[in-house]
Design a protein around this ligand. Structure first.
Ligand code: KG4
Ligand code: ZN
Length: 372
């Protein structure tokens, strides 16, 4: 089965072609157009600009996919589209594009929960073992799930305010770094021992599985408020940061590195404490899965790998490029749902951030699309 994945939920326009056979999904090709440099100067994603960019980029990205693979629209068996949660206008562009292609080609349609797709991404690089505990850490969400099957996720805990990635981006903004700044804080802290007493662990002295990062963000803001010299004098250009490195552009690299390392540590440690708590409670788990943009963070990656190893669990973590938004994960999640007999009609609706994604698909085990 050939599945086209469509991702337009935030500021990355992504298309990917995945071929499924014998229960495995193989990525044939993907095309991704990142809008981050366009939004960077605004300090966050501007929804209207994001929608227009998706609209502009989808047709050339599709042509690029066909050129790379020698395939054509008529070869596509199904289209998997991220239907939420995300920016409503951006999602609508992706959904309309997917529905139009379905109408034109007769391909089956499946709407995919963007968050579930993140957690299924590691399956593109190796086998995943379920049931699993899934930690999704992205710019908009910090969720802990129990994953019983590719279509059965139970939410166990979530952030009550800022998402982990949001905390990273807000701290980066205080330092005058361009949006999204999480990766620069990670980069600045590489190889530096954190001061574990510098910032508090947020919302861990309770017995629940929820998160709150706003207290940590405020603590860092207060700390930096008394040390204005640590912020970059002028916002460095994203390309200059990539070329020269965040450290070499800072006037006080060593002091800044300690702040970055201590903040990274506080986030990673908070995530670890709640994940360990969830692992203590959930029975019969085979693996730990960590995904989403913040799963690209080096502190989070090593701390979660250690947790899985100590508990004798298999560990699934996508390579950094598959942690951030991409269409390959959407294609894989859709292929798995289709193979289990799920389908959506052309009345599929998008779901904005803040609303939970309904399981409004039709299920007919006899109408299985594909063989995954
Ligand atoms: O999953 P994602 O690409 O988009 C959403 O669905 O939100 O996640 C983006 C988030 C941003 O907040 C970004 O700053 C953060 O992931 N991020 C990182 C790193 N790479 C991306 N945060 C910390 N360390 C990183 N290396
Ligand atoms: Zn995402």
């Amino acid at each position: 089965m050939l599945v086209l994945g469509v991702e337009t939920s935030c500021d990355e326009t992504g298309l990917a072609l995945v071929r499924t056979a014998d229960g495995q999904a193989r990525l044939l090709a993907e095309s991704l157009a990142s809008q981050t440099d366009i939004h960077a100067v605004f300090g966050g994603v501007v929804p209207e600009i994001a929608s227009r960019e998706h609209q502009r980029m989808l047709p050339p990205l599709l042509a690029d996919l066909f050129a790379k693979t020698g395939l054509a629209a008529a070869d596509i068996d199904a289209i998997a589209v991220a239907r939420g949660p995300g920016l409503l206008g951006s999602l609508l562009v992706g959904l309309s594009f997917a529905k139009g292609l379905c109408l034109a080609t007769g391909a089956a349609l499946i709407g995919v929960n963007h968050l579930h797709a993140h957690l299924l991404a590691p399956g593109l690089e190796g086998p995943m073992r379920l049931p699993a505990l899934g930690l999704l850490v992205s710019g908009g969400h910090t969720h802990i799930y129990r994953m019983d099957s590719p279509t059965r996720f139970t939410l166990l805990g979530r952030t009550l305010d800022d998402a982990a990635g949001e905390a990273f981006d807000k701290v980066a903004k205080l330092l005058n770094l361009p949006y999204p700044g999480g990766r620069y804080l990670d980069e600045l802290s590489r190889g530096v021992q954190p001061d574990t007493a510098l910032f508090p662990l947020a919302y861990v002295h309770n017995d629940n599985l929820d998160f709150s990062f706003s207290g940590l963000k405020t603590a860092v803001a207060e700390y930096l408020g008394k040390r204005h010299h640590l912020a970059y004098a002028n916002m460095p250009d994203a390309q200059a940061l990539r070329r020269e490195g965040a450290s070499s552009l800072s006037a006080h690299p060593e002091e800044l590195a300690l702040v970055a390392a201590s903040f990274n540590h506080a986030v990673a440690e908070t995530l670890r404490i709640k994940v360990e708590r969830a692992l203590d409670r959930e029975k019969g788990l085979a693996s730990l899965v960590v995904a989403g943009g913040v799963a690209a963070n080096s502190h989070v990656r090593s701390s979660m790998a250690a947790v899985a190893q100590a508990r004798g669990l298999a560990f699934s973590l996508p390579s950094p490029a598959l942690c951030t938004d991409n269409a390959a994960m959407v294609a894989r999640a859709g292929a798995l749902a289709l193979a289990a007999g799920y389908r959506h009609g052309l009345d599929l609706e998008s779901v904005p951030r803040g609303r939970s994604v309904p399981t409004d698909w039709t299920h007919d085990p006899n109408l299985v699309v594909g063989d995954a």
